[in-house]
Design a protein around this ligand. Sequence first.
Ligand code: ASP
Length: 325
Amino acid sequence: MRLMTPLAVLAGIFSASLATAEAQDYPTNPITVIVPFAAGGPTDTVTRLVAESMSKTLGQQLIVENVGGAGGTLGAARAAEAEPDGYTLLLHHIGMATSATLYRKLPYDPKTAFAPVGLVTEVPMILVSRKDFPANNLQELIAYVKEHKDEVTYANAGVGAASHLCGMLFMQAIETQMTTVPYKGTGPAMTDLLGGQVDLLCDQSTNTTGQIKGGEIKAYGVFADQRLGNLPDIPTVKEGGLDGLSFGIWHGLYAPAGTPEPIVAKLSEALKVALADPKVVERFAELGTAPVPADQATPAALQQKVLSEIDRWKPVIEKAGEYAD
Ligand code: ASP
C-alpha cells in the first residue's frame, strides 16, 4: 500500500477544490467549438445554430472553428489534443463512430479520447445531382451509373464523412464504383455541384433542402423509412427500389477527455436549453430535422451512441473493404 504524506493529501484537496471553483465560475472566456468540416456545410450549419443559443445561456461566446480534412478526423484529433478545460469543444457526426473502423491508424481513440456532452440531432441523407445530370429518378440514375461507371463523379467530404458512408452504401448496393472527389466538407462540394463540376453527392437535408426547393439540383431519394415532411415530393430510396439503406446522421457535442465533470454537466444543460430554443427548433424543421429529446442531450446517451454505432458499422465497413491510413 502506498501511503501519502500529509502534505500530498493537502495538495490533493487544494487542487480538487481549485478545480471545483473553476467549474463553478465556468465559463469566464469564449469557448471554441471545432467543426471538423469546412464552413457552409451541414455540420457547420447545425453547430452555428446551437452555438448561438448556448452562447446566450452560458454568457460567453461560442466561436466556431472549421478544421476540415481527412473526413473529419483532423478536427477530431485537434479537439482530442486540446486542454481539457471546457474551452475547446467538438461538434462531430456519425464519423466519430465510422472512422474507428475506416482508419487503420487514428491519432485518437473515439471510445476514450472525449468526454461526451450530449447528442444534438439526427439528420436524414438525400442523394442529389447537378441540375442537368441525365437521370430523372433513382432507377434512371442507377442505370446511368452502371453504364458509365467511373466516368460519373461523386463528391464527398473524405473517408469518414457521412457523404462517404452514403456513397459507399449506394455503390455497394448497385455493385458499381464511381470516381469519388473528396472535399474538406460538403459546403464546398455543394458549390461544385451547383457549378456542374461534379455529378453526384449524398448529403444531409441540412445542406440540400434549399437547393432542392430552389430547383438548383435534382433529388433522387431519401435514405430514411419515410419521406420528409419538408420535402414530401422526394421518394425514399426504398420506393426507388433500394431496400435496407435507411440510416440517420447523428451529431454529438464533445469535450476532450479529462474535462471536469461539473463543466461537462453545465455544457449539457446549456445544450438542452439550445435544443428547446424555438429558433433552433424552427430552423431545424425547415432543414428537415429536429433536435433530439432532452434525455438524449446527455453524456450517457452520447457515449452509448458512439459505442453502439462503432459496433453497428464495423461489419458493414469490413464488408465494403474500404480503409484509409
Ligand atoms: N456532412 C458532411 C459529410 O459528412 C460534412 C460537412 O458537414 O461538411 O459528408
